[in-house]
Design a protein around this ligand. Structure first.
Ligand SMILES: CC(C)(COP(=O)(O)OP(=O)(O)OC[C@H]1O[C@@H](n2cnc3c(N)ncnc32)[C@H](O)[C@@H]1OP(=O)(O)O)[C@@H](O)C(=O)NCCC(=O)NCCS
Length: 144
């Protein structure tokens, strides 16, 4: 595959908004637009030629980065695109001189948890019954 990872631009954003259900079942147009405009956030797309196959974003505070989301188009999952995009987000955060990178994931989301563990994120805490008042959010961190 001829893949590249670039900063999300307005065309990518509009494409994602039109096709969001093919990538992610939890985000909506408002969240994505707000995130795109947030000056403390940085969003990327992974594409092959002009086809957007996935997106992911970081939010920064003074000393740490937070992964806000990472999503691969359903028909392109299990091809290591999530791994490539996550590796890119990690190295981007490291180059920004952050101490660590953190995220929250639903305890039910086994694909994502496995992906994060594979890249050496460790569970550091839980928010009990955070999702639908039922499922825990697992907080995972990777220190640099
Ligand atoms: C999580 C997600 C980004 C993974 O992307 P992907 O490109 O399919 O992942 P990869 O092909 O790089 O897989 C890397 C590892 O993740 C794990 N994994 C991925 N999909 C999995 C699945 N369906 N079941 C179990 N483990 C899975 C495996 O450990 C896999 O390694 P392996 O292929 O050697 O077994 C993708 O499933 C997705 O977009 N999910 C919906 C959005 C979402 O939930 N994002 C996370 C928000 S916190």
């Amino acid at each position: 595959m001829n893949l590249k990872i670039t900063k999300m631009d307005k065309d990518d954003l509009e494409y994602l908004i039109q096709n969001l259900e093919e990538f992610d079942e939890f985000w909506n147009e408002k969240i994505l637009r707000d995130e795109f405009l947030n000056e403390n956030s940085c969003y990327f797309v992974i594409s092959e030629y002009s086809n957007v196959l996935g997106f992911g974003g970081l939010w920064f505070n003074i000393d740490e980065a937070h992964i806000m989301n990472i999503a691969i188009k359903k028909e392109h999952r299990r091809k290591k695109l999530g791994t490539k995009l996550l590796e890119y987000l990690i190295s981007y955060a490291e180059n920004e001189k952050k101490d660590s990178i953190t995220l929250e994931v639903n305890e039910q989301n086994i694909p994502a948890i496995n992906l994060y563990k594979k890249l050496n994120f460790e569970e550091v805490g839980r928010r009990k019954k955070y999702y639908q008042n039922t499922f825990d959010a697992i907080i995972m961190t990777k220190k640099f």
